[in-house]
Design a protein around this ligand. Structure first.
Ligand code: A2P
Length: 310
């Protein structure tokens, strides 16, 4: 079994999971199969990625081969913004479960604290969406619930009225966007932090409309130096750094060799002095800055509103 962290729900989440955002149809199924055969026990999915049907096909095939049992694989998915209406939550979850061909999800997250972003209509409040998420646990559809892309103030607001606290906050984190204040707050409050885009998401530049030459931690000089010194790849340094700071981590790849090597981060460590240096890189900038949710009609009129200044 893979090293894992115990969540506030009582379930264990394997520290390294396969990311599937941007994994193309026709490629994602093979990636999932490679990952499970290589020993991954955690697959991170979302309805909006548009590929859950193919992920489900691959999962079913690998399970049928007897490579792993369903209970040994941790499957996450996420509720999309257009399904925040409490009346839509269960159907959205069931659609994802049907696509993934599973009878339960290990983890279901509110994907963004964004309840639609066009028009002045009255939108459901995050608290009400959360209550519908809690009902999924009651109904046995989902074992653990959490959120993604939530700031401290938004988590506080949600947790104030929650019957079941969010066990996970999945956010962007890597040496160029450490998100340290949020990580520390979450740790103190028993919310596990999962790092997405741990390699700096080099393949999302077009989607996030950032320049192709945006500096990326994969090409960082210090990361390269540490990799050379430890005889590891830059990606392995970044993934190991995430694990070593107590987060779980979701490297995305559709290449079987990279999938395999991205999991090989458990039986070695980054020495403390180098870890400190990686944790002090001054350049800090989000790759996925959420600017696509900023809208003059709200609910987030500025980028500050979305991230609450974090
Ligand atoms: P590919 O899917 O062709 O392997 P992130 O997880 O931060 O979103 O980054 C994903 C990007 O990093 C993808 O473009 C992926 O390409 C690439 N990638 C994944 N693993 C590695 C690796 N070990 N070395 C270099 N690039 C990698």
């Amino acid at each position: 079994s893979q090293p894992s962290v115990k969540l506030s729900s009582g379930y264990s989440l394997p520290l390294v999971g396969l990311g599937t955002w941007k994994s193309a149809k026709g490629e994602v199924g093979a990636a999932v199969a490679s990952a499970l055969r290589a020993g991954y026990r955690h697959i991170d999915c979302a309805r909006i990625y548009g590929n859950e049907h193919e992920v489900g096909e691959a999962l079913a095939a690998v399970l049928a081969e007897g490579v792993v049992r369903r209970e040994e694989v941790f499957i996450t998915s996420k509720l999309w913004n257009s399904d925040h209406d409490p009346a839509r939550v269960e159907a959205a979850c069931k659609q994802t479960m049907a696509d993934l061909r599973v009878s339960y999800l290990d983890l279901y997250l509110i994907h963004w604290p964004v309840t639609g972003n066009t028009g002045p209509e009255v939108l459901p409040r995050l608290e009400d969406t959360w209550a519908a998420m809690e009902k999924l646990v009651d109904a046995g559809l989902v074992r653990t619930i959490g959120v993604s892309n939530f700031s401290v103030p938004k988590l506080e607001r949600l947790m104030a009225g929650a019957r079941i606290p969010p066990a996970v906050n999945q956010v962007e984190a890597h040496p160029y966007w450490r998100n340290e204040a949020l990580r520390a707050w979450c740790e103190a409050r028993g919310v596990h932090l999962t790092a997405y885009s741990p390699l700096g998401s080099p393949d999302s530049a077009a989607i996030t409309k950032r320049p192709e030459d945006t500096p990326t931690p994969l090409k960082d000089a210090l990361v390269g130096q540490v990799a050379a010194q430890l005889v590891r790849s830059p990606a392995q340094i970044l993934i190991r750094w995430a694990v070593q700071r107590g987060t779980s981590v979701l490297p995305k790849s559709v290449n079987a060799d990279r999938i395999r090597s991205n999991l090989d981060v458990m039986d070695w460590e980054i020495p403390a002095d180098l870890f400190q240096q990686l944790s002090a890189i001054p350049h800090q900038a989000r790759m996925v800055d959420g600017s696509f949710w900023v809208n003059p009609q709200g609910p987030y009129v500025t980028i500050h509103d979305l991230w609450d200044g974090e």
